[in-house]
Design a protein around this ligand. Structure first.
Ligand SMILES: [Zn+2]
Length: 354
């Protein structure tokens, strides 16, 4: 496979341009100070969270999925900072048993109380199935993203839990290198640095994109309400949820401290975190539907999700190109077993994808 000589972006990408052997993302990145170090002011923020929690039962609420990033986040908050956390978790129809076991072990080892979200599993399964069938007829990114709409309601649920327990802070562990699949470097468009007005503008852009798809596919009309809800609940910091839950502060931990993969791995092994069988990468190991998403991503963009992610990490100076090339063969490999498992959950035959 021919790849960019600076990152590992394959030349097969449908929209990234190449000038000779270098992709346009690397070309835009070179010579500019686009990779900002995180502000490293995490201790200040943690003290603010601790102060807000004085006299209350908990300092903060943390949403956990059993995946690597939320596991690492809870570990840092409890072991590094000594915060009193409450964890919120939802087992989706696509959560592997091993991931569910990771969640139970994690809260037990860190001695953190757990609240489980009450979201009907069957609804999630039905939406994912119907959206996949629609995407096969009309392979558009907006439709592919709609398959994950049920998980967006976690963002509202989690704020409801915070309110119910009188918790003042919600701590999130978004990985900034994953925020933008195609990213020349991570920049000011980070969720906690942009203004409410900018977020509102993003929301309108999303609505516009969705509106455009309505003119392209008749089948999507029946998902109109699902789509609107997923835009309203797109993150705990969405303008709609900020209006409803403005008294609960949000803090995105990894935007304020260095994120180290080695440190993350160390914490995971300390907590006995296990990777599900047939899972080639710890990224998105918490959801078997991710394999279907990766398949869709590949069809729409001509590259794998790991190609895009590793390329972001190289541009951010976190991963060397040689290391990425070594890892992409195993971690970027399509898992037929996980894909089949996701199809089985949706009651779909894998042949329909051929
Ligand atoms: Zn490149």
């Amino acid at each position: 496979m021919e790849r960019c000589n600076s990152c590992i972006m394959p030349k097969t990408h449908h929209s990234v341009r190449f000038d000779g052997d270098t992709c346009s993302l690397c070309a835009a990145h070179t010579g500019k100070v686009m990779v900002r170090s995180p502000s490293n002011d995490v201790d200040c923020h943690i003290e603010r969270i601790r102060k807000a929690g004085e006299g209350l039962a908990f300092d903060c609420l943390v949403g956990i999925s059993g995946g690597r990033d939320s596991t690492y986040l809870l570990h840092q908050l409890v072991r590094r900072h000594g915060l009193r956390c409450l964890a919120a978790y939802h087992r989706t129809p696509f959560t592997p048993d091993i991931i569910d076991a990771n969640v139970r072990r994690l809260v037990e080892r860190l001695n953190v109380p757990l609240v489980e979200m009450d979201i009907p599993m069957d609804y999630h399964r039905r939406i994912a199935r119907a959206v996949v069938l629609l995407w096969l007829k009309k392979p558009l990114p907006v439709i592919a993203n709609l398959a994950c709409a049920p998980c967006k309601s976690h963002n509202r649920e989690i704020l409801k839990i915070a309110k119910k327990h009188g918790i003042k802070y919600l701590v999130m562990g978004s990985n900034k290198y994953e925020l933008f699949q195609l990213n020349s470097g991570y920049h000011d468009a980070l969720a906690d640095r942009i203004s409410f007005a900018a977020k509102l503008k993003q929301l309108l852009m999303l609505m516009k994109k969705g509106g455009l798809v309505l003119t392209q596919s008749v089948g999507i009309w029946r998902f109109l309400w699902v789509g609107i809800r997923s835009v309203l609940y797109i993150s705990p910091e969405s303008p709609f949820l900020r209006c409803c839950y403005g008294d609960i502060n949000t803090f995105n931990y990894f935007f304020h401290t260095e994120w180290s993969e080695a440190e993350c791995e160390k914490s995971l092994s300390e907590l006995g975190w296990e990777i599900p069988p047939n899972c080639n990468s710890s990224w998105r190991a918490d959801c078997v539907f991710a394999e279907v998403k990766n398949y869709m991503f590949g069809k729409m963009n001509g590259i794998s999700y790991v190609d895009a992610l590793f390329s972001n990490l190289i541009r951010a100076g976190i991963l060397s190109r040689d290391e990425a090339l070594k890892r992409v063969d195993t971690e970027g490999k399509f898992s037929r077993d996980r894909f089949a498992e996701a199809c089985r959950i949706m009651n779909l035959h894998t042949d329909i994808f051929n």
